[in-house]
Design a protein around this ligand. Sequence first.
Ligand code: SF4
Ligand code: SF4
Ligand code: FES
Length: 346
Amino acid sequence: MKTCTLTINNKSLNVEAGTTILEAAKSAGYYIPTLCNHPDQEIKANCRICVVEDRSAKKFVTSCSTKVYEGAEIHTNTKEVRELQNGILELILANHPNDCLNCIRNSSCELRQLSERYHIRNYNLQSDIDIYPIDNTSGVLVRDRNKCIKCMKCVEACQETQMVGILSPSYRSINSCISAGFDENLNQTFCTFCGQCSAVCPVGAIYEYDETEKVWEALHDPKKHVIVQTAPAVRVGLGEEFGLPRGSKVTGKMVTALKMLGFNKVFDTDFAADLTILEEGNELLSRIKNGGKLPMITSCSPGWINYAEAFYPELLDHVSTCKSPLYLQYQSCHVLQKNMNAKDLK
Ligand code: SF4
Ligand code: SF4
Ligand code: FES
């Protein structure tokens, strides 16, 4: 393995050749801010916030896109580097609504966290905020382009990871923005609602449609019998959210917490998933016996089904006719509710 020896903040390091300065700094425990960088994506180097000083080359470079080299002398936290980072943040903020208290990403927004870390307070740049209508037409994802910092992570997620390609950069210079389809609302495009764009967005520019307030209203309504149904992934995802090691199951804790919140019944999609598997098994046997379309393909992901319908309609005969377990469970809950007597509902 070919290696390079360099110094970062006067500390000598020996790293594999081809490593970026950002990766090398991280491996040595140094913090460098990033916005457009994502470990699973290509290097874009368009936010510029990861700037560092390469003193041996006498220049400032973006650490996410610059490779280490033998003898490099890198500094990540000099006065000049901090001034540049502050300036970059101020430029981004000059084109960003100052709306943190109303923003769904508030406490998890990477731009807000960086502004706090860099003590951005009374910056003097004149604001030039884009005014775009908010797109909540899909009822699944909401796009607020006013908050977009044009990092392009969503574009790569949509084009390269999901291979859907409905998000793309449009227009030029100060008018540049991320468009869906031909500058349309999401519900007019072939968006599969996989949600990968919202998972990588560092700010509140694209996010899941939120119905939390409706849930609170239902919970506070004494005339309502409120039920909740969770998918299997939730009981593992929740554990991570509360800082438990990855993969920890918190089924019992989750049910207790939901009951304490006021839900009358807690259902698990597991039951309907088992029914779905039985049905899929029957369908497969019937296809084999009766010469039906094979191979049979199944998925309980609505996004996956949307993708097949939009991009591979010729394969739809291969897709099982069994619906998502969530849908089946919804139906069973509905029947259950209809059969409950008035006393149960009090
Ligand atoms: S939810 Fe739609 S826009 Fe977002 S990555 Fe998936 S297909 Fe693309
Ligand atoms: S919508 Fe979010 S992820 Fe996409 S370019 Fe804008 S800030 Fe980046
Ligand atoms: S993180 Fe390096 S340029 Fe954006």
